[in-house]
Design a protein around this ligand. Structure first.
Ligand code: G6P
Length: 614
C-alpha cells in the first residue's frame, strides 16, 4: 500500500529511484512520482498511472541529482490524478515529502494551517503534513529533523515518510509509525530508504528496520542517527539482509504470479526443511520453542488474518481441531479489532500474514497483546512489523512474493499450520504414532506431487480457454477443501474480475443452487476422503440443473470422471494435506483465465499487495 524509496549519496539518484519504484509497484500503482535535489533546486516529476508512464514523462527532462525520493501510490485520500500524486511540496516548494499511510486528523491540521495562510493544491492528507513540517521549521526556527519530530507529535494515524529539503542538500529525514520503513547503509557514504528491502538489496545487504515512532536522519556529513519521537537517541540495529536479487526477477516467466506458482515445489520444501524428520519421527518449529508448552496446554487458539492468509487460517482450524483437539477460532482481523473480543492471558492469538504489515492484522495483535494474550506470528517477510511485535513466530520462507494475488505464500502458510498441527497432535498424543509417521512421510512427498500437478498445466490452460468468458463461477469443497474453494474463488475474482463464490458444498442447496444453469461453471474439490461420497452427491445436484462441472479429483478416480465436464487429477495424499495440492490447479486456472481476458495478472485493478491502511 504505497511504496516509498529514497537515495542520498554519490550516485545519480534517478535510475535508483525508478528501479526501486518498479520493485515496489506491487504496493500500489495508481500514480508514481519522484523529487530530485540538484544544485539547490528541488524538482518534482509525477504522473497518474504506472511507473512506466512516469519514466516516459521524465525521459526528456533533466533528472539529475544525487539525492531524491520516489513514491508509488495506492490512493486513499483523493483521486489517483497527477495533483494528488506524491511527492508533495511545502508552501514555498522548499521541502518535498512522500508518505505511506493515513493522517487521520489531517482536517483539523489543515484548518489550522489554512488559518495561517497556507494554500493546498491537492486533496491529500500528505500535503498537510509537509506544510505542517515547513510551518513548524519556520515558526520555531528549528532543524528539519526537529520540525519533522514536532510535526509528528501532533499527527494521529499511520505513516512512513521521507522528507527532502532544499536547505539540507546532504540530508534525508524519514520516520515511521505503523507503516514499514527500511534504511540501507551503502558502501560509500550513501543511504537508501524504502518501504521494504526489495529496492535496496541490489546495492547493500546492511539494513536497519525502523521501529514505530522512530525518526531516521541520514546525513552525508554527520552519518546516520535514529531519534525517537520522545527525542531520545536510539542505537541503530544493523541487520544483514538474507534476500537475493534473482528472487525479485521474473526468471523467464511471463508474470511473477506464474513464476511464484511454479516455485511452490521449492517454497513448500523450504518451509518444512529442517522442521521435520521422517526417519527420527519429529516435527519442530524452532521459532515457537519458548511457547511450545503453552501451545500444548492451550484450550483455545485464536487466529487473525485478512484475505488469502485468512483462508490459510481456516485450513489450520480444520487441521488443529481435528488432529490436535484444540479449539480454534479464525477471525477476520478487521472485525476482531473492533468487536471487543473476549481475550485473556490464557489465550494464544496467532496472526498469519504474508507481508507482516497488514494494518488490521497488526492492530488485532496489538489489541490481543493489550489484553494479556500471547501473540504469535506466521509471516513471510523477514523483519516485518508483525514478526517484530509478536512474542514468537515462524517464518514461512516462501521468498519474496511479488504478484499481488498470493499463491506460494498461501501454500507455505498452510505448510506451517500443518507442521504446527502435527507437533501439537504428537505432543498431546491425539494422533497415533503410525498416523503421525505416515503424515510426515506424505508431507515430505508434497513438493514432488506439486511438481506433477504443474506438469499438467497445458490441460488446465485448455480448460481455462473454455471458461474464460463466463461471468460467474461457483467453487465448492467440504472439510479443509472448503477454504480451498474460498481461495480458488478469490483468486479468480482478484485477477480476472469474474464474480466467483466459494461455498461449503452442502450449503449450495441453501442458496447458490438457484444460480445454477448451463452457463454456470462449478469448480468442485472432489478428492478421495471422508466426504467424497457426499461431494459426489453435490455434483449430481449440480448436474441435474445442467451446471458445468470442473472437478479436482484424486488420480485414478472414476466416479466423478463420469459426471464432470472436466477433471483435473491430483496425486493421492493424506486427506489433511489435500489443500496443499488442490490449490495449485485453481491458481493455474485463474492465472490462465486472467491472461486470456487480457487482465493485468500481477497488478490487478484496485488491489495492493500490502494493505497498510485500514
Ligand atoms: C491483500 C493482498 C492479499 C493478501 C491480503 C492479506 O489484500 O492482495 O493477497 O492475502 O492483503 O495480506 P497479508 O500480507 O497480511 O497476508
Amino acid at each position: 500500500m504505497c511504496g516509498i524509496v529514497a537515495y542520498i549519496g554519490q550516485k545519480e539518484a534517478y535510475p535508483i529511484l525508478i528501479k526501486g519504484l518498479k520493485r515496489l509497484e506491487y504496493r500500489g500503482y495508481d500514480s508514481a512520482g519522484i523529487a530530485l535535489l540538484d544544485q539547490g533546486e528541488l524538482k518534482i516529476y509525477k504522473k497518474q498511472g504506472k511507473v512506466a508512464i512516469l519514466e516516459e514523462f521524465a525521459a526528456d527532462k533533466n533528472c539529475e541529482g544525487k539525492v531524491g525520493i520516489g513514491h508509488t501510490r495506492w490512493a486513499t485520500h483523493g483521486l489517483p490524478n497527477d495533483t494528488n500524486s506524491h511527492p508533495h511540496f511545502s508552501e514555498n516548494k522548499d521541502i518535498a515529502l512522500i508518505h505511506n499511510g493515513i493522517i487521520e486528523n489531517y482536517n483539523v491540521l489543515k484548518e489550522e494551517l489554512e488559518h495561517r495562510g497556507h494554500k493546498f493544491i491537492s486533496e491529500t492528507d500528505t500535503e498537510v503534513l509537509v506544510h505542517l513540517i515547513d510551518d513548524i521549521r519556520k515558526r520555531e526556527k528549528v532543524s528539519l529533523a526537529e520540525a519533522v519530530r514536532m510535526a509528528l507529535l501532533s499527527v494521529t494515524g499511520a505513516y512512513a515518510i521521507v522528507v527532502i529539503s532544499k536547505d539540507n542538500p546532504n540530508q534525508l529525514v524519514a520516520a515511521r509509525k505503523s507503516s514499514p520503513l527500511v534504511v540501507g547503509i551503502g558502501k560509500e557514504n550513501e543511504y537508501y530508504l524504502a518501504s521494504d528491502a526489495t529496492p535496496i538489496v541490489e546495492y547493500t545487504k546492511q539494513v536497519v528496520y525502523l521501529n514505530d515512532e522512530e525518526i531516521a536522519v541520514v546525513d552525508l556529513n554527520e552519518g546516520f542517527k535514529i531519534v525517537h519521537l520522545s527525542n531520545q537517541e536510539k542505537t541503530p540495529y544493523v541487520q544483514q539482509l538474507e534476500m537475493n536479487l534473482e528472487a525479485l526477477e521474473k526468471g523467464g516467466f511471463e508474470h511473477f504470479m506464474l513464476k511464484e506458482i511454479f516455485e511452490q515445489p521449492r517454497s513448500i520444501h523450504d518451509c518444512f526443511r529442517g522442521r521435520l524428520n521422517v526417519e527420527q519421527g519429529w516435527v519442530s518449529l524452532g521459532g515457537l520453542k519458548e511457547y511450545e508448552q503453552k501451545l500444548v496446554n492451550a484450550e483455545r487458539i485464536v487466529m487473525v488474518a485478512c484475505g488469502t492468509s485468512w483462508h490459510a487460517c481456516l485450513v489450520g482450524e480444520y487441521l488443529i481441531e481435528d488432529l490436535a483437539r484444540i479449539n480454534v477460532e479464525v477471525e477476520y482481523a478487521s472485525e476482531f479489532r473492533y468487536r471487543n473480543p473476549i481475550i485473556g492471558e490464557d489465550d494464544i492469538v496467532i496472526a498469519v500474514s504474508q507481508s507482516g504489515e497488514t494494518a488490521d492484522t497488526l492492530a488485532a495483535l496489538e489489541l490481543a497483546k493489550s489484553k494479556g494474550a500471547t501473540i504469535l506470528g506466521i509471516c513471510n517477510v523477514v523483519g516485518s512489523s508483525i514478526s517484530r511485535i509478536t512474542d514468537a513466530g515462524s517464518y514461512t520462507h516462501a521468498g519474496p512474493e511479488i504478484g499481488v494475488a498470493s499463491t506460494k505464500a498461501f501454500t507455505a502458510q498452510v505448510t506451517i499450520l500443518t507442521l504446527l498441527t502435527l507437533f501439537l497432535a504428537h505432543k498431546k498424543g491425539t494422533i497415533s504414532q503410525s498416523a503421525f509417521q505416515s503424515m510426515l512421510c506424505d508431507l515430505e512427498a508434497i513438493p514432488d506431487q506439486v511438481k506433477r500437478i504443474l506438469e499438467n498445466d497445458p490441460k488446465i490452460k485448455e480448460i481455462s480457454a473454455i471458461y474464460k468468458d463466463v461471468r460467474n463461477a461457483l467453487y465448492l469443497g467440504r472439510g479443509s477443501s472448503f477454504p480451498v474453494a474460498l481461495e480458488g474463488a478469490l483468486k479468480l475474482k482478484e485477477i480476472s474480475y469474474i464474480h466467483a463464490e466459494g461455498y461449503p458444498a452442502a450449503e449450495m442447496k441453501h442458496g447458490p443452487i438457484a444460480l445454477i444453469d448451463e452457463e454456470m461453471p462449478v469448480v468442485v474439490i472432489a478428492t478421495k476422503g471422508t466426504s467424497y461420497e457426499k461431494v459426489v452427491s453435490n455434483i449430481q445436484e449440480v448436474k441435474a440443473r445442467k451446471g458445468r462441472i470442473i472437478a479436482i479429483v484424486t488420480e485414478g478416480d472414476r466416479q466423478v470422471k463420469e459426471l464432470a465436464d472436466h477433471v483435473i487429477e491430483i496425486p493421492e495424499t493424506n486427506q489433511y494435506l489435500v489443500p496443499l495440492l488442490a490449490t495449485i490447479p485453481l491458481q493455474l486456472l485463474s492465472y490462465h483465465i486472467s491472461v486470456m481476458r487480457g487482465c493485468n495478472v500481477d497488478q490487478p485493478r484496485n488491489l495492493a499487495k500490502s494493505v497498510t491502511v485500514e
